[in-house]
Design a protein around this ligand. Structure first.
Ligand SMILES: Nc1ncnc2c1ncn2[C@@H]1O[C@H](COP(=O)(O)OP(=O)(O)OP(=O)(O)O)[C@@H](O)[C@H]1O
Length: 763
């Protein structure tokens, strides 16, 4: 790997945010910026069958450019030399602000579509923007396509100048301008302006090809030239910048490929995962929108149901009234007709009928008439009420229909979402397998003093705001201050289980003093930490596997001032020597105690803790100035097959990681701080060597790394907790811890392999 790669590594740390943004842009424009040759050909032939010959030429050119011409190839070999082809480039400004490069070939206007490649310019786009006339109304060249009207080609004679043959235009001059996007332009004599040179033609420039080749050589894992070219454009044709951006995107996957392993699977998986993530995001959004639409419909439906009930009640009471009135009317009519009949009879008989009765009759007739009018009014009212009810019913029916279809749509989206999420999970697991087995978690201490400087962006991302810049870090998981001990243990559960399958497992807590390492590892009586929960889980799994007989032993050690001390020895604190034979590390004389249940473990650990306190008091130091290591050895024998397995679970509460300069230590404290610094630096060096697949991993640079060698080599699974304080006064230490953690995040221990090298204790 050349200088580009080493530059890339340091840039990777410094420019996490910048590179991530660029990476997103590169990913967005990659693979779609240049079309695939078959699709170009199809599209051109479809749009204009007579142009098959031209399309063949283009196809040939794309094929050649995709294969990357060897340096001795001349430009003539890869240019489009068909005489009868006339190409005119145009710029189309979409109302969204996007600028499309179009060109016209034999009367057909084509453009570079981000997804489909070269396609005929869609009819519907004509109304959504305008073609930029190289000359605006005032006669001057349009700003969006003009590079610099003062820049005459004759002034631009340097190594950024080139020339290229564009069919129909002949040789044109190209120039790489000093700006970020679309920097390669060609000089168009007809319009006297610098116009954008499409990527397809840009591939013909030696200047560009040389840089593409440089990136390709440094990163053989990136095989797509279109992607490299698009990235180069974004990075001002600086191959080093492109390399570091790709590092930010693919990290250790590129690293392992550089080291000769021709396995590009992780990159493809990462791409797949990021595609899936995007899809999931879209589906998620759609699901949310549909759900909120459904909620609105549900509310509307509820409202109309209420309305319907109300109207039905009204109609019922109206019907009752109408019926009552109709009865009354009928009664009156009956009475009237009776009276009328009697009246006629009486009139016939009595010529001089009393004027009083006549008046009564007239009054009754008038009453009957009024009753008939009010009856009609009621009838009209009842009819309109009924038609209103009919309308409401219609409304409710249509609402129910759309509710039903929305529910169906939501169900479909939900099942699609679940499928995508499942697929993502599968891909993620595959990626984890390929990456090796080191998980890095970040946990923030619970504190009222949480400042604005920490931003928890997602389950995996945390950002620190300092000096008006934002540094972003990605972990396997970020635990918020309010996360419980149960939540935190969930993350480590899978690797604890693999200890029973014969893997060496190591859990480390890293962070400054007071950041919550001991709380995470040991916890309290009521809220036990990872230590107790892990061993509980181990005991539980061992108990479940009836066929295998397990023997579990515990040892407890302390590393203080580069000395290893046995905390379980009964004859006071005993110093131990680390010996190694090949990959096997031994600690002759180390006390190991067999444990059968949780009570045994608690009792033994509290004995060890007491020994630690006595020792630290004797030495006038604080226990947080040493590394505490608890090792569980698990030996299993399958009672049926007789197969034996052996593994270790190493739990490590590291000493505070604060820098010596901060502690202002002198005398004994300075010696302590220097020892801690040495061992944590050695830990960092081990991780760096693992990251670069170095032939030599400096495990022996400190007692800590020497002891942890079997748990940090290719045959182990590890889990690192980076504990941070939310207090703004700890900002510096928080940043340095997060940086340490994120550098481990990119390490692959290698594919784990059960039952290999081990810590052999007490021999
Ligand atoms: N997530 C948390 N929730 C509640 N209390 C916490 C949490 N993390 C830490 N604490 C409390 O913060 C204090 C400091 O934590 P702890 O002793 O675990 O830090 P440490 O990093 O181990 O420090 P040292 O290096 O001195 O051992 C303790 O009182 C602990 O109970």
């Amino acid at each position: 790997m050349g200088t580009g790669a080493s530059k890339a590594q340091s840039a990777q740390k410094e420019n996490v945010v910048d590179n991530e943004e660029k990476a997103t842009v590169i990913q967005n424009c990659s693979a779609s910026t240049l079309p695939d040759n078959t699709s170009i050909r199809q599209q051109i032939v479809q749009s204009n069958p007579e142009d098959e010959e031209i399309s063949e030429d283009i196809e040939q050119m794309v094929t050649i450019t995709q294969k990357v011409p060897k340096p001795q190839q001349t430009r003539a070999e890869i240019s489009l030399e068909t005489e009868d082809v006339s190409v005119t480039f145009e710029s189309f400004q979409h109302q969204s602000g996007a600028l499309y490069t179009c060109f016209t070939q034999n009367g057909v206007r084509m453009y570079f579509d981000d997804e489909k490649g070269i396609v005929p310019f869609p009819q519907e786009l004509y109304n959504q923007g305008k073609f930029l006339d190289p000359y605006d109304e005032s006669g001057s060249i349009h700003d969006d396509i003009r590079q610099d009207s003062n820049e005459n080609p004759s002034h631009l004679e340097n190594n950024r100048t080139n020339s290229i043959c564009i069919p129909g235009k002949g040789m044109v001059m190209t120039y790489i301008f000093e700006e970020r996007i679309n920097v390669c332009k060609y000089y168009d004599n007809d319009s006297d302006a610098w116009l954008i040179l499409p990527l397809l033609w840009e591939m013909n420039l030696d200047f560009i090809l040389h840089r593409v080749q440089q990136v390709k050589e440094a990163l053989p894992a990136i095989t797509d030239f279109k992607e490299i070219l698009a990235a180069l454009r974004l990075c001002n044709y600086d191959p080093d910048e492109v390399i570091s951006t790709f590092f930010a995107m693919f990290g250790d996957s590129l690293q392992s490929n550089i080291n000769g392993q021709q396995n590009f699977e992780p990159i493809a998986l990462q791409r797949e995962i990021s595609k899936k993530d995007k899809k999931i995001e879209v589906l998620n959004k759609k699901l949310q929108e549909s759900e909120s639409e459904l909620e609105t419909l549900r509310l509307k439906c509820k409202y109309f149901e209420e309305e319907k009930r109300h109207l039905i009640q009204q109609a019922e009471s109206l019907y009752e009234k109408v019926a009552e009135l109709q009865n009354e009317q009928a009664k009156y009519l009956h009475e009237i007709s009776e009276i009328k009949c009697k009246n006629t009879q009486i009139t016939d008989k009595l010529q001089n009928y009393s004027p009083l009765n006549k008046g009564l009759l007239i009054k009754m007739l008038r009453d009957a008439h009024e009753l008939s009018i009010s009856n009609n009014k009621l009838r009209v009212l009842a009819t309109s009420g009924l038609s209103e009810i009919g309308l409401s019913m219609e409304h409710v029916r249509s609402m129910t229909m759309s509710l039903r279809s929305s529910t169906k749509e939501i169900e479909e989206i939900r099942s699609l979402y679940q499928r995508e999420t499942m697929e993502r999970k599968l891909l993620y697991n595959q990626l984890q397998e390929l990456r090796g087995n080191i998980r890095v978690f970040c946990r923030c201490r619970l504190d009222d003093k949480k400042g604005e400087h920490l931003e928890f962006l997602s389950d995996e991302d945390i950002a620190v705001n300092c000096n008006s810049s934002k540094k972003r870090f990605r972990y396997d998981q970020v635990f918020l201050p309010q996360c419980t001990q149960e939540d935190v243990f969930e993350g480590t559960l899978p690797i604890i289980r693999s200890c029973v399958d014969g893997y060496n497992v190591c859990i480390l807590a890293y962070g400054q003093t007071g950041s919550g390492k001991t709380y995470t590892m040991m916890g309290t009586e009521q809220k036990p930490g990872v230590n107790i929960r892990s061993i509980r889980e181990l005991l539980h799994i061992c108990h479940e596997r009836e066929r295998v007989k397990y023997v579990i032993r515990i040892s407890m050690l302390e590393i203080y001032n580069e000395g290893v001390w046995d905390l379980l020895s009964h004859d006071g604190n005993k110093q131990l020597e680390i010996r190694s034979h090949g990959k096997v590390v031994t600690l002759p004389g180390l006390t190991e105690m067999e444990v059968l249940n949780e009570e045994d473990i608690k009792r033994i650990m509290s004995f060890g803790e007491k020994n630690r306190t006595v020792a630290s008091t004797k030495m006038n130091t604080e226990s947080s100035r040493s590394h505490l290591i608890v090792i569980f050895t698990l030996n299993g024998v399958d009672t049926i097959s007789g197969i034996a397995s052996s593994s270790t679970l190493t739990l490590c509460d590291l000493a505070g990681s604060e820098r010596i300069s901060k502690t202002e230590a002198i005398g004994q404290r300075l010696v302590e701080a220097a020892a801690i610094n040495k061992s944590l630096t050695a830990l960092g060096q081990v991780f760096t060597a693992l990251k670069t697949n170095s032939l030599h991993v400096p495990y022996r640079n400190s007692k800590l790394t020497h002891l942890l060698q079997p748990s940090l080599s290719g045959q182990a699974k590890a889990c690192v907790f980076v504990n941070i304080s939310p207090d703004v006064k700890d900002l510096g230490e928080t940043l340095s811890s997060l940086q340490f953690g994120s550098s481990i995040q990119q390490i692959a221990l290698g594919k784990p392999n059960p039952q290999s090298s081990n810590i052999k204790l007490g021999h």
